[in-house]
Ligand binder design. Structure first.
Ligand SMILES: [Zn+2]
Length: 697
C-alpha cells in the first residue's frame, strides 16, 4: 500500500460516511479502561532550586476478590539520588550514549502521607528492594495500612512530596530552562490478583528502577495542576482543561486524561508551539479504509479512526523540521490506528528536547512523546535521513504497545519494545519505502531490513528474548533481545503466516488486551488461535529459547555423469568398457551437448533453531524451481540428474526469514556471474550505519 496523496471529493465522502454509519457492528475495542487508580496532583516548579513541591490525592480500588493490607509505590527519582542506587550500580551513570552530570542528583521525599481524614503514616513507609539485595535503593516504598482494603473497596491517600530534578539524564531532568518531568510523583505499582498474568495468588508487582528497564502501572484517571513561571511554554499528557495566571509571575495549567497509566510534562521558554490536526476523513482515503478493512476482515466501522489534535513543541534551531514532526505524528496516528485500532485520545504532544538534553529524547508517555533531532537534519544532505521520523513513529507506537496494552516492561520488554519495533518498521517501510525508509543520503539507500541485517550475528545466542530486563548478560545486549531480535522474529512469523494472517494476529492481540496487562503467553495464544495452527515450536525456540537461526549451503557440485567403466553382463553377453572407450563417449556427449549432469547440493542447518525453508535451484536455460525442506535435520542433500547443469542454489530465496543470522551464506553460484558483487554495497551500508549511530539517532 502507498500512503494516500489523493484527497477524496466531499460528495464521495458523504456517501462513504452514510455507508459506514449504516453498519450496526459493535466496536470490538473496549471503549475505556477498568479504572483502578485516580490521581489528583498539584505541583509547583521552582526554577531556581530545580525542585518540585507537590500534593497528591490518590485513590486506589482493590481489583481483587480478597482484602489487601498494603500499598506499594514507585519513587523513581531516587534512582538518581546517589551512586549506591540499583540504577546507578547497573548503569555506571551512563545510559543510551548519555552521562549523568557531575554532582547533579535527583530524589523524591514523601514529606507527609495519610489516609484521607486519618492519622499521619509517613513514618510507616519502608523502602523495599524486591529485585536485589541492595538495601541502599530507595526506588520502591511500601505502606502497611492500618486496615486492609476490602475486596472491591477503595482507599484514598493524601501525600505531600518534594523532589529534586537532576540534569537531564535517562529520560528526565533539566537543561538550562528546559525541563522534562517524567517519573516524578509517587506512583502506585500494579496489584495483580490471582489469575492475572499467571499468578496463583494476589501480590503487588512493583520493581525497582533499573538501568535497562522501563515501567508498569495501572490504568485510571489523572488530573494534574502544574504551576510554572508564566514565560514558560508547557506541554503535558492529556487535555488542557484550565489555565490560570496567579498574578505572581506564575501560571497554573490543568491537564486531565482518563484511561492512561502515567503522566509526564515539559516546560521551556524557547518552545515554538506548532499545531496540526490528524483528520480521520481527510488524512485517510476511503480506499485506504477499505483496503485495511479487507486485510483485517473487519467492517469499515471497526477500522474508522477519530481526529487527534497534534502539538509539536519545537526548539528554535529545528523550526525547518516542524512540519516533519507534525507529518510523522500524523502518519503514525494513521497507520497504528488503522492496523491495531483507533487511537482513543484527543491529543498528542510531541516534544523536541533542548540541545544538549538528548537524554530526554526518544521517550514515551501516554499522549506525550519526546522526539529528537539535530540541526543537521534541517537541510541537504541529511534532510532525508529519517532520524526524527523514525523516533516519532517509534515513540508514538508506544502509545499502543505499553500505553494501551499495558504489558510489564520490567519483565517482558519485548512485548512493548519488540512489538513496537516491528510496527515502527512497517510504518517506515510503507511510508518511505522498504529499500530506503531509514535514509537516503548521497545516493545511498538504507531500509529498515538493512539495519536489522547489519545487527544480527550468528554469535548472538547467549540470551533469550523472554527475560527480565535487568538479567541480560552483559547488560548491553538488552537492546538486541528486546528490540531487534523480536522485530526479526515477528518479521519471520509474518513471512511464514503471510501478511494477512499476521495483520489479523496483531489486530486481535491489541483488541483483546487493550487497557489490560498481557504477558507473552497471551500473545502466543492469540497467534495460535488466529492463525489456526500451533506455533509453540516457533515461540519455544526463538522467544523462550536462546538459539540462532541460520541456514547455509554446505556444498554444491554439478558435474557430467561419467560413462561407466568395467565389465558388464547384459542381454548381448559380457562387454568390457575400457577407460579409453568411456572417455571417447564422454567427449562425444560433451560436443553433441547430450551430456547428463549430476548435481548434489547439501543445505545445512548451522544454527540451533529449525525452521521450514524453501530452496531454489536454477539450472541452465530453465526456470527457477523450488523445493521445501522442514529444516529439522542438521543437513539435507538434494540430488538431480539433468541435461542441464546447475547455475546457482539459494536457501530462502525470497528472504522471508528475517531471523536468519547470515544471509551471505544462503546462496552459492556455480558459474561466475557479475551479479555476485555485493561486497561494496555491504561495506557502504556499514559505513552509513556507523555514521547514523555517530549522529546519535
Ligand atoms: Zn521504545
Amino acid at each position: 500500500m502507498v500512503p494516500g496523496k489523493a484527497r477524496p471529493g466531499i460528495a464521495l465522502f458523504g456517501v462513504f460516511i452514510l455507508f459506514i454509519t449504516g453498519l450496526a457492528q459493535a466496536d470490538p475495542l473496549p471503549p475505556r479502561a477498568d479504572r483502578v487508580v485516580d490521581y489528583h496532583i498539584g505541583v509547583k516548579l521552582d526554577p531556581f532550586t530545580r525542585r518540585l513541591a507537590g500534593t497528591e490525592r490518590v485513590t486506589w480500588r482493590n481489583p481483587s476478590t480478597e482484602p489487601v493490607s498494603d500499598l506499594w509505590f514507585h519513587l523513581y527519582l531516587n534512582a538518581f539520588k546517589n551512586t549506591r542506587s540499583t540504577f546507578f550500580k547497573e548503569s555506571g551513570g551512563q545510559l543510551r550514549q548519555d552521562r549523568a552530570a557531575k554532582d547533579s542528583w535527583g530524589w523524591i521525599d514523601v514529606t507527609s502521607l495519610k489516609v484521607a481524614g486519618g492519622a499521619d503514616l509517613t513514618g510507616a513507609l519502608t523502602f523495599e528492594h524486591p529485585d536485589d539485595d541492595n538495601a541502599f535503593d530507595q526506588t520502591v516504598a511500601r505502606l502497611v495500612l492500618p486496615e486492609p482494603v476490602a475486596a472491591g473497596g477503595s482507599i484514598t491517600l493524601e501525600i505531600a512530596f518534594t523532589a529534586a530534578l537532576p540534569q537531564v539524564f535517562a529520560r528526565t531532568g533539566f537543561k538550562h530552562d528546559f525541563y522534562l518531568v517524567g517519573q516524578w510523583f509517587p506512583k502506585l505499582g500494579v496489584y495483580e490478583p490471582a489469575g492475572m498474568r499467571g499468578r496463583t495468588s494476589g501480590a503487588w508487582n512493583c520493581h525497582q528502577f533499573h538501568a535497562s528497564s522501563e515501567f508498569y502501572a495501572d490504568y485510571g484517571t489523572f488530573k494534574v495542576e502544574m504551576t510554572v513561571p508564566s514565560n514558560y511554554v508547557l506541554g503535558a499528557t492529556g487535555v488542557r482543561t484550565a489555565e490560570k495566571s496567579n498574578g505572581d509571575g506564575t501560571t497554573t495549567y490543568t491537564h486531565e486524561q482518563a484511561d492512561v497509566h502515567d503522566f509526564a510534562w515539559t516546560v521551556d521558554p524557547d518552545y515554538t508551539v506548532v499545531k496540526g490536526t490528524f483528520s480521520a476523513t481527510r488524512d485517510v482515503t476511503p480506499a485506504e479504509y477499505r483496503q485495511v478493512a479487507r486485510l483485517l476482515g473487519r467492517s469499515l466501522e471497526d477500522v474508522m479512526l477519530s481526529d487527534v489534535e497534534v502539538t509539536a513543541l519545537v526548539q528554535p534551531g529545528h523550526l525547518p523540521q516542524a512540519q516533519r514532526h507534525i507529518d510523522s505524528a500524523k502518519a503514525a496516528i494513521k497507520w497504528f490506528g488503522l492496523w491495531y485500532g483507533r487511537y482513543p485520545f484527543k491529543t498528542l504532544t510531541v516534544v523536541d528536547p533542548a540541545p544538549g538534553a538528548g537524554g530526554a529524547g526518544g521517550m514515551e508517555y501516554p499522549t506525550f512523546i519526546t522526539a529528537g533531532t539535530s540541526f543537521l537534519m534541517n537541510r541537504w544532505p541529511f534532510d532525508r535521513v529519517r532520524g526524527p521520523e523514525m523516533v516519532i513513529y517509534h515513540e508514538f507506537g508506544h502509545n499502543f504497545w505499553y500505553g494501551l496494552t499495558g504489558s510489564n516492561e520490567f519483565e517482558e520488554a519485548w512485548l512493548d519494545e519488540g512489538i513496537n519495533s516491528y510496527s515502527t518498521g512497517k510504518v517506515i517501510d510503507l511510508v518511505h519505502g522498504a529499500d530506503r525508509g531509514m535514509a537516503e543520503l548521497l545516493g545511498l539507500r538504507i531500509g529498515e531490513a538493512d539495519t536489522l541485517r547489519a545487527i544480527n550475528r550468528p554469535q548472538a545466542k547467549y540470551n533469550r528474548i523472554l527475560a527480565r530486563a535487568w538479567d541480560y548478560v552483559p547488560q548491553g545486549v538488552y537492546g538486541f533481545y528486546s528490540y531487534q531480535k523480536p522485530e526479526m522474529m515477528l518479521r519471520t512469523l509474518e513471512g511464514y503466516l503471510g501478511a494477512e494472517t499476521m495483520a489479523r494476529v496483531m489486530r486481535a492481540f491489541h483488541e483483546r488486551w487493550r487497557f489490560r496487562h498481557p504477558r507473552s503467553e497471551d500473545f502466543f495464544a492469540v497467534a495460535n488461535e488466529v492463525s489456526g495452527q500451533d506455533l509453540t515450536w516457533f515461540f519455544d525456540q526463538v522467544v523462550r529459547g536462546a538459539g540462532v537461526l541460520d541456514y547455509d549451503i554446505g556444498s554444491a557440485v554439478t558435474r557430467p555423469v561419467p560413462v561407466a567403466r568395467g565389465v558388464f553382463d547384459g542381454t548381448a553377453g559380457r562387454q568390457t568398457v575400457s577407460q579409453e572407450d568411456a572417455r571417447r563417449k564422454e567427449v562425444a556427449a560433451e560436443k553433441g551437448k547430450e551430456q547428463t549432469w549430476e548435481t548434489t547440493v547439501v543445505v545445512r542447518r548451522s544454527g540451533e533453531v529449525y525452521f521450514p525453508v524453501e530452496v531454489a535451484f536454477k539450472f541452465a536455460g530453465k526456470p527457477v524451481e523450488r523445493q521445501n525442506w522442514d529444516g529439522k535435520a542438521p543437513t539435507q542433500t538434494f540430488r538431480f540428474q539433468r541435461a542441464e547443469k546447475l547455475e546457482w542454489v539459494d536457501v530462502d530465496p525470497d528472504r522471508k526469514i528475517a531471523l536468519d543470522a547470515s544471509w551471505s551464506n544462503n546462496g552459492r553460484r556455480i558459474t561466475p556471474d557479475a551479479r555476485v558483487s555485493t561486497a561494496w554495497t555491504t561495506r557502504w551500508l556499514f559505513m552509513a550505519q556507523n555514521f547514523i549511530v555517530w549522529l546519535g539517532l
